[in-house]
Design a protein around this ligand. Structure first.
Ligand code: NAD
Length: 256
């Protein structure tokens, strides 16, 4: 009952909002078979996070590629789930301005969303550490396997890195500026599938709230911002978002 009224409340908030922005994290992709970091089945229970710092990549790039190559191959086959499609639909009907995502899996784009800000880079590409040439990931993976897990740039011979942001690496300037701008100018932020423990992404809802925006959190587990949110739904994004979008479409249709 509480769940149903919260879902209806979020739908109302979106209908009334002039500018809604979504912040998504690894939790939105777990229903696509991609594990998150800190959830119950999280990746940190299997991989040592020290492997994915920029410092360890600079010292031992072949260790990174060795551990990551097969994993990336399977992640690249992942498909969007109902939650990704629901957000794409929300944008299509003009009720979602943008998605700020911490995810590198590209599933928002695959689902058809257009205005996606990828704060932590993406795994579609690799980038040369020396000359910044971009190479498609499947090409980099083939090279890694052929060359003792050390893919090299064809232009300058530099080492290729997956175009994802590793720990201790700065975020892409353009993405962070866009995300800040969206957070400052929205009047509603949907926070979906993130533990809100990775910064600066986790600042975005606080910035939005500070500027007077409402916050709706949809996450399986409690987050540090639950107390300051206007509504919190502890449930699966793939179960909640399609219902919210369904209610919105029905109401908009009736009103037209
Ligand atoms: P996180 O692992 O810290 O938190 C994920 C949260 O999502 C958890 O609180 C969990 O309870 C919740 N969750 C899990 N499944 C859910 C579901 N079906 N519906 C709703 N909530 C669900 O992830 P984070 O906050 O995004 O931060 C971790 C970092 O991990 C980010 O920097 C991100 O770049 C990276 N990451 C990305 C991917 C990906 O691209 N898919 C996967 C793993 C990690």
């Amino acid at each position: 009952m509480v769940f149903e009224s919260s879902v209806r409340y979020v739908a109302e908030m979106i209908i009334e909002s002039k500018k809604t922005v979504a912040l998504t994290g690894a939790g939105i992709s777990t229903e696509s078979g991609i594990p998150d970091f800190r959830g119950p089945e999280g990746l940190w229970k299997k991989i040592d996070p020290r492997l994915v710092t920029i410092q360890s990549f600079r010292m031992f790039p072949e260790v990174f590629w060795y551990f990551i190559a097969e994993r990336f191959e399977s992640l690249m086959k992942a498909q969007p789930n109902k939650a990704h499609y629901a957000l794409a639909e929300l944008e299509k009907i003009g009720k979602l301005s943008s998605i700020i995502t911490q995810n590198v899996d590209g599933l928002h784009f695959k689902a058809g969303s257009k205005n996606v800000i990828e704060l932590h880079g993406n795994m579609r590409e690799a980038i040369c550490m020396n000359c910044s040439t971009i190479v498609p990931m499947d090409e980099a993976l083939k090279m890694a396997k052929r060359n003792y897990y050390l893919p090299m740039c064809k232009s300058c011979g530099g080492i290729l890195k997956a175009n994802v942001i590793l720990f201790n690496e700065p975020l892409p300037k353009e993405a962070i500026e866009k995300a800040l701008c969206e957070s400052r100018t929205c009047d509603l932020m949907l926070v979906i599938g993130t533990s809100l423990q990775v910064y600066p992404a986790a600042y975005m809802p606080a910035i939005a709230k500070q500027r007077g925006a409402k916050l709706a959190i949809i996450n399986m587990e409690p987050t540090p911002l639950d107390d300051s949110a206007d509504v919190v739904i502890h449930a699966k994004a793939g179960e909640v978002l399609p219902v919210i979008v369904g209610i919105i479409k029905e109401k908009l249709m009736r009103a037209s």
